[in-house]
Every structure is written in structure tokens, then in C-alpha cells.
Design a protein around this ligand. Structure first.
Ligand code: PLP
Length: 364
């Protein structure tokens, strides 16, 4: 009974679950932090016009120079810092890990946090250390994190700012203490930068081990897969060596540069989402028995009544609304669902369905 698969595949890969994406056909899709808005027709035709000049028979510019130039301008990237592009920030998380991975080396983050830190850590062969957040408000347990850093000397620390899946933004002073204590790289993951007013971008260079990572996904371009990493050029030069050539394809280079030149359209959408987030939060606080957690991202974490998380998730799906069920993924997320802020009518449908389900559970 020699199973060649079990014999050959690395044990840490055998133990992993593939990243699961549920089918959202015919459902109101509020599970993946996507921007719900499309582009106006006039902009679409201009984009198609520009794309028609793309040469699909040629390899893309390996350094995506035109796109990088536009990114630097539009995103106000400090001129003395290096810039590295990834096929989504997921690829950058992997490139960073590949650059420092050695058996026994540690990758540290806080839990509950972004699942890819743990997954990528595992499959590049590093030891993942997840320090629990505080149970009441998901803030950083600073003494516990500093202790874990002293003990484990992690080569790499990832902190999402604001955090996914909790939505809160960590205390900036806590992050500074972590950066100062860490012997290795600290990557501040600003995937949700468009939905908060705080950033570490302006502090780059203050510490030699600080890098800032961002993505265009949550600001409305999830389909393009473009993330970027900013930091001291000497670091990025090393990380660039593990990048596969041509990782940013021709269509993404051209479309992302076009979108960034029309960023005001995306900015308006971001402003609507921020306003909708406030309304959705308000409405959730008025539903008895549930608790929404304050968010500086484009989603809200909601705790359902004790023992009811799975039932509410299933009820929502039955009523045509797909959110993310986090119950069972971490002890601190018991009965928690994560809902992405959608269009006003989508949020209204989610609220109406939630109220109806909760009223029925209450009466049962
Ligand atoms: C969504 C998300 C990412 C991944 O973004 P992509 O650029 O789409 O790969 C990275 N970090 C956090 C915290 C996220 O929530």
C-alpha cells in the first residue's frame, strides 16, 4: 500500500487545505472585500481603446516601468524608496518569505489575521508563530508579541494595518515598538489603505527593517492582480531575485496604469463605500443580540448570538446573500461573520435578511 503521493509530497503541504473560494453564482457577493462598483461606460470605451494597442505576442516589460512610474506618482511613494510589483500582494508575501526562509526560521503575525501569512509560511518551510490578539477589541497584546519576538527572533513579521478579518486598525505606537524590537523584516500590510486615513508609508526610512505593502485589489481592481512593496532599495534588490520574470502581464500593466490615471473615479467609489460602512455599522448596532466591531476597512466583522453563527450564515445564503463565515476558524471569532460593504441596496438586503433570520431564531 505504498501511496506515492503521501510518500513524495512534503508533509507540510499534505497537511494544508487548498485556499477555498465558494461559488457565488446568483448570490449577492459580500464575502471577498471587492469594490461593488464598475466603471462608467465612457471610461470603459477609453480603456478598451487603449488596450487594443497592447502587444499580446510580446513578453511584457519585465520591470513594468511605465506602470511603476504612474504608481509612484499617484500613490505618493517616497522618491528614495524602492518599489517592487507583485501578481497581487499574495505573490509579494510569498517572495518575501522565499527570500528569508530557512529550516527553523520563524514568520510571526497576530491571530486572527490574514490567512495567507500562515499558509505561505508553511509552504516555504518556515515556522509560523501567531500571537493571539486581545479578545475584547482585537488590539495587539504588546507584551505577548514582544516576548514572542525576543524568544523566536522571527526573520519576518507581517501586520495588516487595518487588520483582516477583524477590521480594526492597530495602535501605531504598538507597531513602532514591534519594528524597533524585531531583528528581522517587519512588513506593514496596507491592503485597506483606501479606507483609513493612517499609513506607515511616510515613515519608511525611519527604521532599516520596515517595508510597506499595498494592493490595488480592495480599491476596485481585484481582477487585475497587482500588489506593490515599498522599502529600502537594498532590501528590495534582494527580494527581486526570487521574482519570476514577467510576473505582471501585459494587460495588467496597461489596465492598471490606465485606471490609476483615472483614480478620481476609484476615489469617489471609495468615499461612497466609507459612507456606506458608517451607515451599515449604525444599522447593525440597532439589531438586538449581535455585535458589530468598529472597522477602518471595507468590511465589518459581526458577532452573532451565542451558538448561532453557522445558522445565520446558512440563512443568509438561503436568502441569496453570501458573506464569510469565520466561526470555527479561530477561538476569538466564535459566531463571527464578516460582511463586505456593498452597494446600498446590497447592504439593505443583507440587513433585512439578518433581521428576519435573527427574529426567527429568537422566537424558536
Ligand atoms: C486581500 C488581502 C491581501 C491580498 O491582496 P491581493 O493583492 O489581492 O493578493 C493582502 N493582505 C490583506 C490583509 C488582505 O486582506
Amino acid at each position: 500500500m505504498n501511496d506515492p503521493i503521501a510518500g513524495l509530497v512534503r508533509p507540510e503541504v499534505l497537511a494544508l487545505q487548498a485556499y477555498h473560494v465558494p461559488d457565488a453564482a446568483r448570490l449577492i457577493k459580500l464575502d471577498a472585500m471587492e469594490n461593488p462598483y464598475g466603471w462608467p461606460d465612457s471610461l470603459k470605451s477609453e480603456w478598451i481603446e487603449e488596450l487594443s494597442g497592447a502587444e499580446l505576442n510580446r513578453y511584457p516589460d519585465p520591470r513594468a516601468r511605465a506602470l511603476a512610474e504612474t504608481l509612484r506618482e499617484v500613490m505618493e511613494i517616497p522618491a528614495d524608496m524602492g518599489l517592487l510589483l507583485g501578481n497581487g500582494s499574495d505573490e509579494l508575501i510569498q517572495m518575501l518569505a522565499l527570500t528569508v526562509a530557512q529550516p527553523g526560521r520563524k514568520l510571526l503575525s497576530v491571530d486572527p489575521g490574514f490567512v495567507m501569512y500562515r499558509m505561505i509560511g508553511r509552504f516555504v518551510g518556515m515556522d509560523y508563530v501567531g500571537v493571539p490578539l486581545q479578545p475584547d477589541d482585537f488590539s495587539i497584546d504588546l507584551p505577548a508579541v514582544l516576548e514572542a519576538i525576543e524568544r523566536g527572533q522571527p526573520a519576518l513579521v507581517y501586520l495588516a494595518y487595518p487588520n483582516n478579518p477583524t477590521g480594526n486598525r492597530f495602535d501605531a505606537d504598538d507597531l513602532v515598538r514591534i519594528i524597533e524590537t524585531s531583528p528581522g523584516l517587519v512588513v506593514v500590510d496596507e491592503a485597506y489603505a483606501p479606507f483609513t486615513d493612517c499609513s506607515f508609508m511616510g515613515l519608511l526610512g525611519d527604521w532599516p527593517n520596515l517595508l510597506v505593502m499595498r494592493t490595488l485589489s480592495k480599491m476596485g481592481l481585484a481582477g487585475l492582480r497587482l500588489g506593490y512593496l515599498v522599502g529600502p532599495p537594498a532590501w528590495l534588490e534582494q527580494i527581486d531575485k526570487v521574482r519570476l520574470p514577467y510576473n505582471i502581464n501585459v494587460l495588467t500593466q496597461s489596465s492598471a496604469a490606465f485606471a490609476l490615471r483615472h483614480k478620481s473615479v476609484l476615489d469617489e467609489q471609495t468615499q461612497s463605500i466609507r459612507a456606506e460602512r458608517a451607515q451599515l455599522f449604525e444599522a447593525l448596532t440597532r439589531i438586538d443580540g449581535i455585535r458589530p466591531f468598529p472597522s477602518e476597512a471595507n468590511f465589518i466583522l459581526v458577532r452573532m448570538p451565542e451558538g448561532q453563527g453557522d445558522a445565520v450564515f446558512a440563512g443568509l445564503k438561503e436568502r441569496g446573500v453570501l458573506v464569510k463565515n469565520l466561526n470555527g476558524t479561530h477561538p476569538l471569532l466564535r459566531d463571527c461573520l464578516r460582511v463586505t460593504v456593498g452597494r446600498p441596496e446590497e447592504n439593505a438586503a443583507f440587513l433585512a435578511a439578518s433581521s428576519a433570520i435573527l427574529a426567527r431564531l429568537d422566537g424558536a
